[in-house]
Design a protein around this ligand. Structure first.
Ligand code: NDP
Length: 324
């Protein structure tokens, strides 16, 4: 038996229900996992609200850390008692106990807590591919990071700084600007009172930046393009303010032969060896103290709706976890 969060219709946080269900023995290729901490990600709000449609009724959440209780047939490389974390697979991480496809699991190093593990798989692996694969940040680059005090944002800023970049972070308040500056941002822009592109031009001597990491989407897309230098890379990777409308390719030409990508973590971790390499690199920068995983909000699992309200109201910094 497991207690879990489920939703039968899409909508606001109020659609989330706290229910009980049996957990069958793990199928072939699965493990049964007792969750110790669960990651709350912005994508969970897209599933709940219907922006990313899923078959209903549905569980929620794709990231957690915990302890293996049982192995299904054919699972190799893991044993009951192992501390593990995962991102991906079927929705349902907002639960005390569940079966998970072993392909998504990574072993948690002893130095990383369950809370950190649950806070860093989705967000940390996203920072890894954005900085190391989508656009490979070089020492001396100046990079622009939106939602710089958020979950992905704080990891991006610290890691980009460790790679030798100058980091400009965009936030909505002075309090968040302080948080961003303590986590690798050299410059902060408070978007509610300043033009981001004007400040970026000022900070880069008119040149613009080689890459923009924009998770805000609709509200910031056009101004983000205006921050780029010729041949710059626009990385639009989230929809916190809503999805970006269609774009004419000729616009990219006019604005400086820009590159545009809309990446998703799940494509970057589709091959298990990529997942393991990326996780190793992430765990290494955390172990070395270059990236600190800020778990700044914790809620009991049954209060997932409150966690969503706070995240969507922009009242959070760093990562949020649910505790079963
Ligand atoms: P965050 O902790 O970053 O929370 C979202 C932040 O976005 C807010 O705190 C807020 O910061 C900012 N924001 C700007 N405009 C709005 C708005 N209109 N409504 C709400 N928030 C707004 O969340 P996560 O770290 O979980 O995720 C960050 C982003 O990265 C999300 O867009 C998510 O979808 C995306 N993502 C994409 C992945 C991919 O594979 N493509 C993987 C993982 C995450 P402020 O108040 O400072 O503006």
């Amino acid at each position: 038996m497991s207690r879990l969060i489920r939703f039968e219709r899409t909508g606001g946080p109020e659609v989330l229900q706290w229910v009980e269900a049996d957990v069958p023995p793990p199928a072939a290729g699965e493990v049964r996992l007792r969750h110790r901490a669960i990651g709350v990600n912005y994508i969970d709000t897209y599933h709940r609200a219907g922006l990313y449609p899923v078959p209903l009724p549905s569980g929620l959440g794709q990231e957690a850390a915990g302890v293996i209780e049982a192995l299904g047939e054919g699972v190799a490389g893991f044993a009951p008692g192992d501390r593990v974390a995962y991102v991906g697979g079927a929705l349902g991480a907002y639960s005390e106990l569940r079966n998970v496809d072993a392909r998504f699991l990574v072993r948690l190093p002893d130095a990383i807590s369950f809370e950190e593990g649950a806070a860093m798989m989705m967000r940390g692996l996203t920072a890894q591919f954005l900085l190391r694969r989508t656009y490979r940040v070089q020492p001396g680059d100046t990079v622009l990071v939106h939602a710089a005090a958020g979950g992905v944002g704080l990891i991006l800023c610290q890691w980009a700084k460790a790679l030798g970049a100058t980091v400009i972070g965009v936030v909505s308040s002075d309090a968040k600007a302080d948080v961003a500056r303590r986590n690798g941002c050299d410059h902060t822009i408070v978007s509610l009172r300043e033009s981001v592109s004007a400040r970026v031009r000022e900070l880069t001597g008119g040149e613009g930046v080689p890459v923009v990491y924009d998770s805000v989407g609709k509200d910031t897309f056009m101004d983000s393009l205006a921050c780029l230098r010729p041949l710059g890379m626009m990385v639009t990777f989230g929809n916190a303010s809503g999805p970006v409308p269609a774009v004419e390719p000729a616009l990219l030409s006019r604005m400086g032969s820009l590159f545009l990508t809309r990446p998703t973590l799940f494509h970057y971790i589709a091959r298990r060896d990529d997942l393991l390499k990326m996780a190793d690199e992430l765990f290494a920068v955390v172990a070395a103290g270059q990236v600190h995983i800020s778990v700044n909000q914790r809620y009991p699992l049954k209060d997932a709706a409150l966690a969503h309200r706070e995240l969507e109201a922009r009242r959070t910094t760093g990562s949020t976890v649910l505790i079963p």
